[in-house]
Design a protein around this ligand. Structure first.
Ligand code: GUN
Length: 291
């Protein structure tokens, strides 16, 4: 069993981006500038956004963090996005999800200019991605592909089972793994809450992506010997023995699943680390296309 070290691969991606950004600046060009909008005080969202802003600093990017209370009116948020769309100094825009109930996620995503949509959630980017055209690929699926590529994991002809059909992870990774690309050519089964015989389907998988958000859901009896297991879960579970009062759990019961796998991602230090590196890659792309 080999661990897919997201921290290590993310660092390699970030080192390469930092070098490229230093070179951009030497040429007198602008550093990439990411604007992040955070609404409310959700603990996990606060952590993710802080981490995105900190990574921008590490790489020499500019970042702007805009905060709203969770009572913000939809119109105010949409107006802010339109201002960022029109601002030539901003290359990438992200609105951290989930959003408060009074705000339509669909309207927010559709309002972000497609060329600044470094999350890759805009229908224009999703549509292009589905057709295999150049597009911003959502950061978590993109991070998974970068991991598979780094460890030279053969995907061609493999049966990939995805658990979870979210627009952010499950659905896009199901499409990407099925495409005719070096990290694709899988036969894909996309499973969700209405899937029957999930255990039997998982037992047929050469590659499993667990992206349903249920801690330790995937257990050893669901995994074939030699499978590759990618754990996308990052759920906070109360744990009084920890300083913060919680532990981070993946969607995979790691201790029992890991011994059966050829490769597995740990939590933390797996997919999560890659997500931010992939977002930085998209933001670099947005900045260089613009200039
Ligand atoms: N919430 C959970 N994952 C993501 C992500 O990749 N982007 C944004 N904007 N919000 C998220």
């Amino acid at each position: 069993m080999q661990i897919l070290d997201g921290k290590l691969v993310a660092q390699a991606v970030k080192d390469s981006l930092k070098q490229k950004v230093d070179a951009l600046k030497k040429e007198g060009k602008k550093a990439p500038h990411l604007a992040a909008i955070l609404i409310g005080h959700n603990g996990a969202s606060e952590t993710y956004v802080a981490s995105k802003v900190k990574t921008c600093e590490e790489l020499g990017y500019q970042s702007t963090l805009i905060r709203f209370e969770d009572t913000v009116e939809e119109q105010v948020l949409l107006q802010q996005i339109n201002e960022l769309n029109a601002d030539n100094n901003i290359h990438g825009i992200l609105v951290q999800l989930p959003l408060p109930k009074q705000i339509s996620e669909e309207k927010v995503i559709n309002t972000i200019a497609a060329e600044k949509d470094v999350d890759g959630f805009h229908p224009s980017n999703m549509g292009k991605m589905i057709q295999g055209q150049p597009a911003y690929i959502p950061a978590t699926p993109y991070g998974i592909l970068l991991l598979l590529e780094h460890y030279k994991i053969e995907t061609k002809g493999k049966h990939a089972v995805i658990i979870g059909r979210s627009n952010i992870v499950g659905r896009p990774i199901s499409i990407l793994l099925s495409q005719n690309t070096p990290t694709g050519n899988c036969t894909v089964t996309l499973c969700h809450s209405h899937t029957r015989n999930l255990k039997e389907i998982c037992l047929q998988a050469d590659l499993i992506v667990a992206a349903l958000g249920k801690p330790e859901f995937l257990t050893a009896d669901m995994v074939k010997d030699g499978a590759v297991v990618i754990d996308v879960g990052i759920t906070r579970v109360e744990d009084k023995t920890k300083k913060k009062g919680y532990a981070i759990k993946g969607d995979v019961h790691y201790d029992t699943v890991a011994p059966k796998c050829s490769y597995i991602t740990p939590v933390p230090g797996g997919v999560g680390a890659m997500t931010i590196a992939a977002l930085m890659q998209n933001t670099y792309l947005a900045a260089t296309k613009k200039q």
